[in-house]
Design a protein around this ligand. Structure first.
Ligand code: SAM
Length: 351
């Protein structure tokens, strides 16, 4: 598997999208000063415009698979008075906070603490097999990153946790204290594109034999010390790739996405639309592949005409991936790495 590009904002926090508005510029590794708590969902205008044709009819249902702090959900519920929303998040606090934020829409929302790879079960529990829209805004949220107790950010000293779902057992501490050096290096290489994966992994194994690794600060120090001095001076904080890799491993992010995408696309009605915002290359590549497989005519070459059973069941709504505008990135640095892709299930009549 090829490696992910580590995407890090100025606060030294990996990934993430539901952005607090107007953060102060800060130094590498410093703490962000949040001057407004209002959430600014990433590429909200484009997300709303792409989903609008599917969500317009009264009674349309949208699954927001990554509810976060309901930034996108709020925009879409406001735009479509006849829309019902099923919101999922694996973070209990995201569900609780979104329920509070969406009180004005209480009659139209169903919020479920679940992973998005459990979408089929959630829909079955709602007596639904088909929906009109699905949104994935992948990664970790600003509130998760900004909570110093959760250990996502190398900017704060915190316990090595990094779980989005705190009811699950695997923590970053368990990964760094129990994986073999080889397994740790593979995680850092595959999920963080870390050039010095083996050196860092060996250092972690050496250090943990002295005392278990329990804090983000100690982890950051070990990473820094294991990277050659010239490399330390380039490419931002040396801990960023390791933190991204551990977060992906702890939360099983890629496995969950690979299972969820086919189920989600299958759940769309004809004319239904899916929008995915990805923040690192491994995720985006997965989305690109899932869309390509379903938007390509697979009729064997050489046949005089395409076979109905091999015709595409979806059409791409975006040419390549859309990026956030320079203005949005200037206002919200975390939008810098976003790649948005969208597709529509082809209506039966058109197929
Ligand atoms: C970037 S935030 C979403 C922000 C949201 N769109 C908004 O505007 O407020 C991503 C959210 O997805 C959740 N998440 C990540 N992986 C998940 C998974 N496998 N299943 C369910 N939720 C997940 C995280 O807990 C986080 O709250």
């Amino acid at each position: 598997m090829t490696a992910a590009r580590a995407d890090v904002d100025l606060a030294g926090r990996t990934g993430g999208t539901c952005r607090p508005a107007r953060q102060q510029p800060i130094q590498e590794g410093g703490l962000a000063t949040v001057t407004s708590a209002a959430h600014v969902p990433v590429m909200a205008d484009q997300v709303a415009a792409l989903l609008a044709p599917a969500l317009e009819p009264d009674g349309a249902v949208l699954v927001d698979a990554t509810l976060g702090r309901a930034g996108h959900a709020q925009v879409l519920l406001d735009a479509h008075p006849g829309l019902a929303l099923i919101g999922l998040d694996m973070d209990v606090s995201a569900i609780e906070e979104s329920r509070r934020l969406l009180t004005g829409h209480a009659a139209r929302i169903t919020l479920v603490h679940a992973r998005y790879d459990e979408m089929a079960e959630v829909l079955a529990g709602q007596d639904r097999s088909r929906v009109q829209g699905i949104l994935f805004d992948l990664g970790v949220s600003s509130p998760q990153l900004d909570d110093p107790h959760r250990g996502f950010a190398y900017s704060y000293d915190a316990p090595l946790d990094m779980r989005m779902d705190t009811t699950r057992p695997l923590t970053a501490a368990q990964v760094v204290n129990t994986y073999s050096a080889e397994r740790l290096a593979a995680v850092l290489r595959e999920f963080g594109e870390e050039r010095f994966a083996m050196r860092i992994a060996n250092a972690l194994v050496r250090e943990r034999s002295r005392a278990p690794l329990t804090s983000t600060a100690r982890l950051t120090d070990i990473i820094r010390a294991s990277i050659p001095a010239p490399a330390r001076r380039t490419g931002g904080n040396p801990a960023k790739r390791t933190f991204q890799a551990l977060r992906i491993e702890v939360n099983g992010e890629l496995e969950a996405l690979s299972q969820a995408l086919p189920v989600a696309m299958e759940a769309l009605t004809p004319g239904g639309r899916i929008v995915v915002l990805a923040y690192h290359s491994l995720e985006d590549r997965m989305v690109k592949r899932a869309f390509a497989e379903r938007t390509t005519d697979t009729t064997p070459r050489g046949l005089p005409q395409s076979l109905p059973s091999h015709r595409p069941r979806f059409r791409q709504l975006t040419r390549g991936a859309l990026r956030a505008s320079a203005e949005e990135v200037a206002a919200n640095p975390r939008a810098a790495s976003v790649r948005l892709r969208a597709a529509e299930r082809i209506s039966r009549a058109a197929a």
